[in-house]
Design a protein around this ligand. Sequence first.
Ligand code: SF4
Ligand code: SF4
Ligand code: FES
Length: 368
Amino acid sequence: MAEEKKLFKVKIDNIPVEVEPGTTILNAARMIGGDVVPPAMCYYSKLQGSGGKCRTCLVKVSKGSEADPRPMPKLVASCRTTVMDGMEVANITSPEVLDARKGVVEFLLLNHPLDCPVCDQAGECDLQDLSYEHGVSGTRFEFKRRTFEKEDIGEHIKLHMTRCILCYRCVFTADQLTNNRQHGILGRGDHSEISTYIKASLDQTNFIGNVIDVCPVGALTDRTARFKNRVWFLKPVDALRECHDPNCCGKTVLWMRGDEIFRVTARKDKYGEVEAFICDTCRFEKKEPQDWVIEGPRKVARYSVISQGHYVGVHKPHETVAKVMDGRQPKLLMNIHTVSEVNQPTVDLSKIEGPAHSNDFPKHNGVQ
Ligand code: SF4
Ligand code: SF4
Ligand code: FES
């Protein structure tokens, strides 16, 4: 008879849980779920070696174990600290932890730009959510923020290094999902930056697009979707296709408005981690509804504005226009985009000082 595995009894914020030896405090908290789960900006359960960089997951170990009940002298990174039998941990019940997390957020934001209104990650950004919960409205930083030029690293990916928090997730993704990683963290300390050697392109592998999904901020964005729409205006739907790449699961989320597909991403769980990685063909090249079998609305399980963007209780309207117009589709009858040009502003909205208004657009045939 197989010997029964001894489980460790742990308490997190006074909630007991039994876990296997070797489990980290963070994963033990995830087994409880809810508010006791510490935030994690660099740990990613699907990427080996991740974690231990950002310090957002700090917790207090108030009792080390049954055998040695002394508390740990400092706060510890819960993604890298394994549980002991009888351990007691405080997360949201410890004012010390909340204060330290506030400090970590302040550090993460030291050089971060105030880009949220124009950032494609807004609405699904871990840093935005973290700042909302733990940040302060001002900064004590008096020095010039470090800035970088935006870089196209390949045909499909834009790197905006100024927004990077150096979590290393994209580096682990390239290392573990592709067989020729071409980017990494160059430099040390304040000079560290994500970059490619001699501006190499990240196009030579079919899985590199996953760096966009694992990036917790808007540092790596999808060039085929950038600035096309705000994420909260889009409706996520689960879709699948029979992908010819044996390593791709073909199960994705399509971010749609009407029947237009604005972007394709992997499916993410409640911790913002992808359930299974997808290939670049599915992500960047399949943007037509006929490429996909749509399974139904995607429930976004995170505390964020995007979880509001659902198709709820949809009843498809009965289409009558085509019936009375000899089978012609309403879209063909009413599409004015190509003639009016009103929808093609030629000014850069981010360069206008103050709110944009109708006079900022050039005149088109007498129409402003
Ligand atoms: S990365 Fe997140 S916090 Fe930073 S500008 Fe973009 S949305 Fe805002
Ligand atoms: S680019 Fe994104 S994923 Fe890569 S290290 Fe920076 S924040 Fe992390
Ligand atoms: S998630 Fe633990 S240190 Fe970043």
